[in-house]
Design a protein around this ligand. Structure first.
Ligand code: BGC
Length: 753
């Protein structure tokens, strides 16, 4: 009975969505019949509307362009009045009154800001991630935004690349689950006033830029693309993402923005993507510098490849009319792109009500609410990764004198992380505020800045990108810090990167704690008092010296608007840290790119080897192992894994098996643990990784509690893209591994017949 009901529901749903699609098509058909060529091309033009002020909006270039039908959408403009003013022009002053799509980089929250995406991934908490996207959508849509340039689903293996902060780390399986959760959170089914359109980016392979230098070249085999880099993009498409942003880089020798194989054959024909494709910022214009062609020709190439909307190059709006006359593009190609942009507006409900996202009542009540802030604080605490905790120094007791030292201790604008277009730092707390609030009158927090972000003033200024941390005299700052530390029982260092030291255009060749910060840390450690390092970072950084010398290290990334309280929650033990790394932390930059799911060599060294092996794949001056592996993170309790079982040690190629393990909380605190499943295909027709994440479950265990955690190994989990790019399962032996991180695993053998 249940099955019959379910099938009826599926049929009804399919029929309803078919009907919706055909009314959308009809609506757009009718509209397009009225549109001039000029108006059609105008829909393909996306511009920044940064200089808009409500009063003089018609006098700005953007205002005039909207009225003339030259613009289909705008982005990164904040404020419901300003957005209403430009929507008014589109609706009332342009000939056909076609509403604008209004975008923004709402990457990890709007005014309530969540941790940076890399940190969010360390929570391994898909519900929380989905909720964060929904809250971001609720807030920005209350302020006029209906389209976000998120999620970024670029796999990144090289921590030098600053944009590793914007994605979900190095793993395609985890990255795929995150991509789906975010698309669901933003878009829902477009039926609610707070459902906005998501934009998966950057398609494709942007995370693989050579040497971790932003905007650099990418070159890789299709086998690697399909198996390692594509899964999260595809997962977002399968989840119904409404738009896709092409990337700045080369894919297979062509610019991603003008790559027909990528944007049409793969994205649309193989993956059935039915939304629209927008370029990244000025990508079409940049094709000239890449050495492809001048603007007009690049625009032709981009359109013909499957690009629908041009972000800021003015290539489509400036050249396509002429190219059409010259026969370089067809009217069908222009129509198709225009249709896709209009369909997006239809899906968002903008034709039914162009002011749908411009409800002033919502703007007043839905943004930066106590409820949203609580969610952000809770999630932030889940993202911190406890890397070391000698002698259980953490959690600190709320007693005595606590010295809080470092350039990240007393800043509001640098606590949120990169990409906070809408942030309102004046309303956020500094870490100092958060710690003082947490201890109340039970303890004293003594504060000293201690040092600048870096010795080099220009480097600090460039890294800050406007989010200034005041500079002081180096000697004086240090003397104050040493004096303050001398009076304290314990020293807490708030050090690391400032917010914009990761993110776009923030590649680094050195990943150590910057010079003056390291010098101060060494001096503080030399005092012989207990030291906790709170490492602020937008990427895995190098902490070899810290790991050898500092008693406790908590990686706090950039935790968003509520980071201060969330950090205090964990430092003082009101919450138990449960973040697990999603990007490997190296011992040295020279190991990069470093990732757990690498291929083997013919001359491997044993994992954990602590000596050099001649004629093997290793370094003379460093071991291969990371400082902290993928999946790793400590807790205030301990967990044990025992009794790994397979329901059968053979599996039919179309069957499945259960794998289960007993997990016990062996310590004294209730806490969350992330149980991780990995597999290895022992022999295969193409080289396969030494291990690959294929499942995870985040569980809460009371102190002393045990639970059996079970995963189902299905054929799909064992499949990969072979030499012909077919997704296949090759029978044979597999290793099935379960454990608390990618290093400490229990193993069984499974044979697929
Ligand atoms: C970035 C994108 C972003 C766009 C719009 C570009 O520079 O690469 O990620 O969405 O700007 O702000």
């Amino acid at each position: 009975m249940k099955k019959i009901l379910l099938s009826v529901c599926v049929i009804l749903y399919a029929a309803a969505s078919q009907a919706q699609k055909s009314s959308m098509r009809e609506y757009v058909d009718q509209l397009m019949r009225k549109m001039t060529l000029h108006e059609k091309i105008g829909q393909l033009n996306l511009m920044v509307a940064g200089d808009i002020t409500t009063g003089g909006v018609m006098d700005t270039r953007v205002g005039g362009d909207i009225a003339a039908g030259n613009i289909g959408g705008v982005f990164n403009i904040k404020g419901i009045d300003k957005i209403r003013a430009i929507q008014d022009i589109a609706v009332k002053k342009s000939r056909l009154g076609i509403p604008l799509i209004v975008g923004m980089d709402v990457i990890h929250g709007y005014e309530t800001i969540f941790p940076i995406p890399l940190a969010m991934s360390c929570s391994w908490d898909m519900e929380a991630i989905e909720r964060s996207a929904m809250i971001a959508a609720k807030e920005c849509s209350a302020d006029g935004i209906n389209w976000t340039f998120s999620p970024m689903t670029d796999i990144a293996l090289d921590a030098r690349w600053g944009r590793i902060s914007e994605g979900g780390g190095e793993d395609p399986f985890l990255g795929s689950r995150i991509a789906e959760a975010m698309v669901r959170g933003y878009q829902g089914d477009y039926s609610k006033p707070y459902n906005i359109m998501a934009c998966l980016k950057h398609f494709a392979l942007y995370g693989a830029v050579e040497a971790g230098r932003d905007y650099n070249t990418v070159d890789m085999s299709r086998i690697r693309m399909y198996n390692r880099y594509f899964p999260p993009y595809k997962a977002a498409v399968d989840a119904g993402v409404g738009s896709v942003m092409s990337s700045f880089n080369i894919v297979d020798g062509e610019h991603a923005t003008a790559n027909r194989w990528l944007l049409t054959d793969l994205l649309r024909d193989q993956w059935n993507f039915d939304g629209f494709v927008v370029t990244d910022y000025e990508s079409i214009g940049e094709m000239t510098k890449h050495g492809f062609a001048p603007l007009a020709e690049s625009s032709v190439m981009a359109l013909r490849a499957g690009t629908d909307m041009d972000m800021c190059s003015r290539g489509f709006v400036g050249t396509l009319e002429k190219s059409l006359k010259e026969g370089l593009v067809t009217i069908e190609e222009i129509d198709l792109a225009c249709r896709r942009v209009l369909e997006a507006k239809y899906k968002l409900g903008l034709f039914a009500d162009p002011y749908k996202y411009l409800d002033k009542k919502r703007a007043k009540k839905d943004i930066f609410t106590a409820e949203n802030r609580k969610a952000a604080r809770d999630i932030a605490a889940e993202t911190f990764v406890l890397l070391k905790n000698e002698g259980n120094l953490l959690p600190l007791k709320k007693q005595g004198k606590i010295a809080l030292i470092g350039p990240l201790a007393n800043t509001r604008s640098n606590i949120t992380g990169t990409w906070c277009v809408a942030q309102t730092p004046e309303r956020y707390s500094t870490l100092k505020d958060g710690m003082e609030r947490a201890v109340g009158d039970k303890a004293v927090v003594l504060y000293a800045q201690g040092c600048n972000i870096s010795r080099d003033e220009a480097f600090q200024r460039d890294s800050e990108f406007g989010r200034t941390i005041e500079r002081g005299d180096e000697k004086q700052l240090k003397a104050e810090a040493v004096q303050v530390a001398g009076m304290a029982d314990v020293i807490v260092c708030a050090m690391g990167e400032c917010s914009e030291m990761s993110g776009e255009s923030s590649s680094r060749a050195n990943l150590d704690l910057p010079d003056v910060q390291m010098e101060l840390l060494k001096e503080l450690v030399a005092l012989g008092k207990p030291v906790v390092l709170l490492n602020f970072s937008g990427r895995p950084t190098v902490m070899k010296w810290e790991d050898d010398n500092v008693q406790a290290i908590l990686n706090v990334w950039f935790g968003g608007s509520e980071a201060a309280d969330a950090i205090a929650d964990v430092v003082f033990g009101d919450k138990v840290p449960c973040g697990r790394l999603t990007a490997t932390m190296p011992q040295a930059v020279g190991q990069l790119p470093l990732y757990y799911n690498h291929l083997n060599t013919g001359r491997p060294v044993p994992e954990g080897a602590n000596k050099y092996y001649k004629y093997r794949s290793n370094y003379l001056d460093m071991r291969n192992d990371p400082l902290y592996p993928f999946g790793y993170g400590l807790s205030y309790t301990t967990f044990s894994y025992s009794d790994l079982q397979l329901s059968s040690n053979t599996m039919a190629a179309d069957g499945d098996v259960k794998v289960s393990v007993m997990v016990t909380n062996t310590g004294g605190r209730d806490a969350a643990e992330v149980v991780q499943l990995y597999i290895r295909d022992v022999f295969a027709s193409i080289a396969r990784p030494v291990k690959e994440l294929k499942g995870f479950e985040r569980i809460e265990l009371k102190a002393g509690e045990s639970r059996r955690v079970e995963f189902t190994v299905t054929p799909d989990l064992l499949k990969f893209y072979n030499r012909n790019l077919d997704f296949v399962l090759e029978p044979g032996d597999f290793e099935i591994m379960v454990g608390p991180n990618s290093r400490d695993l229990k193993k069984l053998k499974l044979t697929v017949k």
